[in-house]
Design a protein around this ligand. Structure first.
Ligand code: APR
Ligand code: ZN
Length: 287
């Protein structure tokens, strides 16, 4: 483990454009359950997963009933107002402050990266505290709508203040298209990066799981000197891909990632930051 943490620290320090991809695993140490691990929501309640696959269709066909249900049933993730970021979130925010991490692209809707201080966050599956217009993609803080009052007045679904379209929660349901602005910028960042730090995801849900594969496809050309002293051009992987996860994933098994540091993000990521600080102090010792 220690060697892998030192290796990750060196890779991050040597990177020019590192980004992170995160999933539910980075928030379990904050008390937010994940989905597919042994204690995951879908693992424990497969019926809930089946219902989740119907949500988007319900919004499209019967938005009033969709909202009635949403406003009267408890959230599967629990009360996200009460949870706090953990050392894993803070470590990524610290890497951003150091200028090493350029973006966090997350599947999480819990707002914990931002609450830990990360500024550059792309929410691939939306944000549980926001609403979004299904027509013009305008986003609103949920507090801008009094949903309880609208329900009492029989005025559900809420309507967009810009275009009059139907409002839904900003979170992205299964079978719902990823909002084009986030999908587009996420791919741009994956095409720009030279290091991908993947934290706490089973990498089982598409299209998000395509992002590491798109990064793996990228090649850069470099010259190599042969034994005969000739220079030959060769194509090498453009991106170093590091996984930090409690268990191997299809990225590990499929050799999409270069290496897996197996364990808890809340324990491993702070150690990587510590190692980077030590590395920098060794390289630039203060007198
Ligand atoms: N540290 C490291 N890894 C962890 C930790 C932890 N503290 N806790 C859990 N994990 C790992 C699990 O072992 C699992 O491999 O994180 C992974 C979480 O995977 P999922 O539960 O599948 O969550 P995620 O990949 O984010 O799911 C993707 O699916 O249900 C939808 O929209 C939902 O955004 C979600 C998407
Ligand atoms: Zn609108």
């Amino acid at each position: 483990m220690k060697e892998l943490i030192e290796k990750a620290a060196k890779d991050l320090v040597n990177s020019n454009y590192a980004i992170a991809l995160t999933g539910a695993g980075i928030s379990t140490e904050s008390g937010v359950p994940d989905f597919r691990s042994p204690s995951g929501i879908w693992t424990k309640d497969p019926e809930a997963e089946k219902r989740a696959y119907e949500s988007y269709q319900k919004f499209l066909t019967n938005p009033k009933e969709y909202w009635e249900e949403r406003l009267t049933s408890p959230s599967l993730l629990g009360d996200l107002e009460k949870v706090k970021p953990n050392p894993g979130h803070y470590a990524l925010a610290e890497l951003e402050k150091m200028g090493i991490l350029k973006w966090v692209i997350t599947q999480n809707v819990d707002n914990l990266h931002q609450r830990a201080g990360s500024k550059n966050v792309l929410e691939y599956h939306g944000n549980a505290f926001n609403l979004r217009c299904a027509s013009c993609n305008a986003r609103y803080d949920s507090k801008e709508y009094d949903l309880g009052k609208l329900r009492e007045e029989g005025k559900l679904p809420p309507l967009c203040k810009k275009c009059g379209g139907k409002i839904k929660p900003d979170i992205v349901h299964f079978r719902e298209p990823i909002p084009s602005d986030v999908a587009h910028q996420s791919l741009e960042e994956v095409w720009r990066c030279d290091l991908l730090l993947i934290c706490g995801t089973s990498a089982a849900v598409y299209p998000f799981a395509n992002l590491p594969r798109a990064a793996r496809e990228r090649r850069i050309e470099r010259e190599r000197k042969t034994e005969l002293g000739l220079f030959v051009a060769e194509k090498i992987p453009a991106v170093t891909i590091i996984e930090v996860n409690a268990e191997p994933t299809p990225l590990t098994v499929g050799k999409i990632s270069d290496y897996l540091i197996q364990g808890k993000t809340g324990e491993i990521l702070p150690k990587i930051v510590e190692e980077i600080v030590a590395l920098c102090q060794r390289s630039y010792p203060r007198n």
